[in-house]
Design a protein around this ligand. Structure first.
Ligand code: ADP
Length: 395
């Protein structure tokens, strides 16, 4: 029987999982699911490819560990345990050390724990996923796949803050995130348009978290996120670009505590903070509140600015790709960005844009604009198959 791999993506309020078969050039999805709403009203949902989808409400609040145990019990019940050959994990931070996926042993786990202060909202859950999986499947290799790894090759000028050099040396740098998504899109673009895939491309990953990545030859050159997942674009609840002087003011003159400041920047800002309506783009687009429209306008404004800045880094823009929830489905946001960049040579095909087509630029557009679905799970599965040295067919 072909090798099977499980992927686990443990976020702040959900744990997503998927089961893939390693029997083809690219991992083949068998079933995907999630436990979401942890801490409030958790639900367990699964969807079998070409089969049934089901969803059930769970009675009580769950911890991440309990959700992970529940997922593995479900997998053990539904599929023969012996068939799981490796488990791949999304890990948000690999620090300076990890520029590629790695098989996790006790030592690696200690190293990954050291990055918790760098990503306090994500890394602990990711590591809980690894620990839970090791308990449930002690014989199976666990592979950590990092969101930062794709960006590790950046030049000094794209990696540094202009603090004293010793800060850079001790790793206070612009790490960048969403790397698994960007890596997937780089591969996908090679299928869609192999010529442009090698040129200067900006990818806009616009989900609840949002960032941009400038690539050349399918490799990351620069990205809008930095040391933390706060920098760059405004997001669902995160502020994006801000003057550090404003933070000093809040700490010093308004006596805000570090904890309050952290909640403000991560949970109360962005689209939610500006609109006072919602963090969710669908809700903002449906709202008649002028502040919802202003929040969307701000989002589009910052995306335009960042795309132009990244185009300067890679010496000009040859293609633009939209991905993730908003990028794949919000024709309004895409139209605002593309029309605002007409001066760069982008021309929008409004009909194609309204349909979420693969190509949303006109035939006359100097720069093609694509809409491509991201698939971080498949990217994790692919890395897991390779890193764990599974089935030659898949390599
Ligand atoms: P995450 O970063 O949590 O993985 P997603 O990539 O799923 O998030 O993106 C979630 C965002 O996508 C939300 O703001 C949601 O409103 C938005 N979105 C999803 N579908 C649509 C749609 N049809 N139109 C506009 N926005 C959408």
């Amino acid at each position: 029987m072909a090798d099977r791999v499980v992927t686990l993506n443990a976020g702040s309020s959900s744990v997503k999982f998927a089961l893939f078969a390693a029997d083809a050039e690219w991992p083949r999805l068998i079933v995907s699911g999630a436990v979401d709403g942890l801490g409030a009203r958790p639900r367990f949902r699964v969807a079998v490819v070409d089969g049934e989808a089901s969803e059930k409400q769970l009675a009580a609040k769950l911890t991440h560990r309990q959700a992970i145990a529940m997922i593995f019990e479900w997998i053990e019940d539904a599929y023969p345990v012996a068939a799981v050959s490796a488990i791949g994990h999304r890990v948000v931070h690999g620090g300076l050390r990890f520029a590629a996926p790695v098989i996790v042993d006790d030592e690696t786990l200690v190293e990954l724990r050291a990055f918790v202060p760098l990503a306090p909202l994500h890394q602990p859950h990711n590591l809980a996923g690894i620990e839970g999986a090791r308990e449930a499947f002690p014989q199976v290799p666990q592979v950590a796949c990092f969101d930062t790894a794709f960006h590790r090759g950046h030049a000094f000028v794209d990696d540094a803050y202009a603090l004293p050099y010793s800060y850079y040396e001790r790793g206070l740098r612009r790490f960048g995130f969403h790397g698994l998504s960007y890596e997937y899109i780089a591969r996908r673009l090679r299928e869609i348009d192999p010529i442009h895939a090698e040129a200067g491309v900006v990818v806009a990953h616009l989900g609840n978290g949002a960032s941009l990545c400038a690539m050349k030859g399918g490799r990351s050159v620069a990205t809008s996120m930095g040391f933390s997942a706060l920098e760059g674009l405004p997001m669902g609840t995160r502020c994006g670009q801000i003057d550090p002087g404003l933070l000093l003011y809040l700490l010093q003159s308004e006596a805000m505590t570090a904890e309050e400041l952290s909640r403000l920047l991560y949970e109360r800002s962005g689209l939610l903070g500006l609109s006072g309506v919602s963090h969710d783009m669908r809700a903002l687009e449906a709202s008649a509140d002028p502040r919802a429209a202003a929040a969307i306008a701000y989002f589009i404004h910052r995306i335009k600015m960042e795309i132009a800045a990244l185009a300067a880094v890679i010496g000009g823009l040859d293609a633009l790709v939209f991905t993730a929830g908003i990028g794949e489905r919000s024709s309004r946001v895409r139209a605002g960005v593309v029309e605002g960049l007409a001066w760069l040579g982008l021309a929008l095909d409004a009909t194609a844009n309204a349909r979420n087509d693969l190509i949303i630029s006109t035939a006359q557009s100097r720069i093609p604009v694509f809409v491509a679905a991201t698939d971080e799970e498949a990217m994790i599965a692919r890395h897991t198959i390779e890193t764990a040295g599974l089935s030659a067919m898949a390599r």
